[in-house]
Design a protein. Structure first.
Length: 217
């Protein structure tokens, strides 16, 4: 009887070892974070979120949107970055806008044709669309895609930026954009998307995405 009990324990141990080894050979299953229920416009669509951010406020907004809709999140970077000094950058951007100069992008997006919906995020610079974002829209063909602009600004609004996007994306479906006040770099107020401000913006973004039909909750 004692031998039978020992034999039974050995059999069970052997079965557990076999099961464990077979599982070890299986690929690891990665649990992906699911966004809020997608609206009709996003169902079965591939999403790209491209953003330009100097003081990280637009980046924070892009990350909130990413949590809501999923997709690929890409920061727009330049071959030659703008100076850290605020007024020097302001003067350089003004000169670029006056000349129609398009700075060279370091960021490269492979197979942009695979995306159906492209979010475009940027701060307001000189009441216009920043030159790097103009470079992006001139470099990549977004014809036939859904384009969704979003913006942070110092309290002066979007200026002509959303209209410029419509002009540069004439063959795209441009949805109603989102804008919120970020920092005021001129006054030394930089990153503000935290605490109560972050909570407020999260709610505003959720309501905006629901309004334009990209999420259903």
């Amino acid at each position: 009887m004692k031998r039978l009990r020992i034999y039974g324990i050995q059999v069970i141990t052997l079965l557990l070892m076999i099961t464990s080894c077979s599982r070890a050979g299986e690929p690891t299953k990665v649990k992906e974070e699911l966004p809020i229920d997608k609206g009709d416009l996003l169902k079965d669509k591939k999403v790209l979120i491209v953003y330009l951010s100097r003081t990280k406020n637009t980046k924070a907004v892009a990350e909130i949107i990413h949590k809501k809709v999923g997709g690929s999140l890409v920061a727009l970077e330049l071959v030659t970055p703008y100076p850290e000094h605020y007024q020097t950058t302001v003067d350089q951007v003004a000169a670029e806008n006056a000349k129609g100069y398009l700075p060279q992008l370091k960021t490269r997006i492979d197979s942009i044709e695979k995306y159906d919906v492209v979010f475009i995020g940027f701060p307001t610079w000189g009441m216009q669309l920043p030159p790097p974002m103009k470079s992006f829209l001139n470099k990549y063909d977004l014809s036939g895609k859904i384009v969704v602009p979003f913006n942070t600004n110092a309290g002066y609004g979007i200026g002509s930026s959303f209209e410029t996007i419509k002009e540069l994306c004439a063959n795209s479906k441009v949805l109603e954009g989102f804008s919120t006040k970020g920092g005021v770099e001129r006054d030394g107020i930089l990153f503000v998307m935290e605490n109560e401000k972050e909570t407020q913006v999260q709610l505003e973004i959720q309501n905006w995405l629901k309004k334009i039909g990209l999420i259903s909750l």
